[in-house]
Write a protein that binds this ligand. Sequence first.
Ligand SMILES: [Zn+2]
Length: 404
Amino acid sequence: MSLNFYGGVNEIGGNKILVDNKDSSNSDDKNISSLFLDFGMSFSKAGDYFSEFLQPRKLNGIMDFVELGLLPKIKGIYREDYLKHCGLECSKEPSVDGVLLSHAHMDHCAYIHHLREDIPIFMRKESEIILSVLEETGKSSFGEIMSLKKSFHYVPKKRGEGYKKLTGKEAKVERNIVSIDPYSPFDINGFKVTSIPVDHSLPGSSAYFLESDDEAIVYSGDIRFHGRNKSFSDKFVSKSYKFNPTIMICEGTRINENSKGNEEDIETKAVNLIKDYNGLVFVNYPIRDLDRLITFYNVAKDTDRILAINSKQAYMLKLLEDEKGIENDKYPKLSDSNIVVYFPRKKQGLISGEHYVCYDGDWKTLDSCDLELKSDYDIWEREFLEGDNVINYTDLQEEPQNIF
Ligand SMILES: [Zn+2]
């Protein structure tokens, strides 16, 4: 077995680790099975070249990334549309058997965007939900992780001569996403793989045990011991000890630090800061950090407040709530009386219902189900507009304004 590190060494994230398992009974290349452990973006390397207003050029497919050393030069892994557009050959079959995704942080998954759609991507259900929400609600130009949209593709027009560019649903191709269950071993072309849950700042984080004829590998992914799911990490440690690996690949961003704080300490600190204050309190955290959501939900309850979340967070909670076979009891429900969904004004600014629109010369107010109001919002968030737990800017105003 051989290991190649194309990222993630002496840096934070950017993990792209290729594990090759040579079949000792056959020297033919085709009998080599190989897997990637994560396929993430190195923030530090990308930051050397790019910034908010200076991004890689889509017209160049993968080439900006390859030329700058952000993506490895490996045959048989990249998507056909990008390769062909740059005049490069695309092999019939992929050269790797899959990607084992540890968790849905960009420094572990972002560059899956560039991979061909027939490479299986293995992940836990929670990661699927998080990535689906981020993909559907985001606007990143290199964010096609769950599905990809074929670029530079033209098809003959149905009526008349000529070609039209594939867009929207027609251009969409689902990736080969494979859901995996914790602690249930499965086989990938000669590798025996087991997903072991670990605690990290988002649900669905997984370490992996890999076994081949001659090696036993433990890959921790990102791991912590101070979150609400510390018991997962503790169990991972005892299982790793019993597994007796020949190789251990471990995250170690803060391995020399001796910090003692945990998520419950943050909760206590926040309650002490907020409890004697009467005004609005704004908090900011990544929507996928559901441990932190629980923290602020508890803080809100302990300080007689209501937690207002945004529509993306509501969407993620709904998908987690609807998913069977995962541990979702710990997350607050959307129907919880301590949670409301805050909708900001968008486009026409019609959310309060107090504004008038003109129909055939007649000015009318809108209610929350009105078509015009809905058109202010994206399709995925419209269902939340109709809930009885929606608030808008008028609910946050202390004094109505009477200027005229
Ligand atoms: Zn992470």
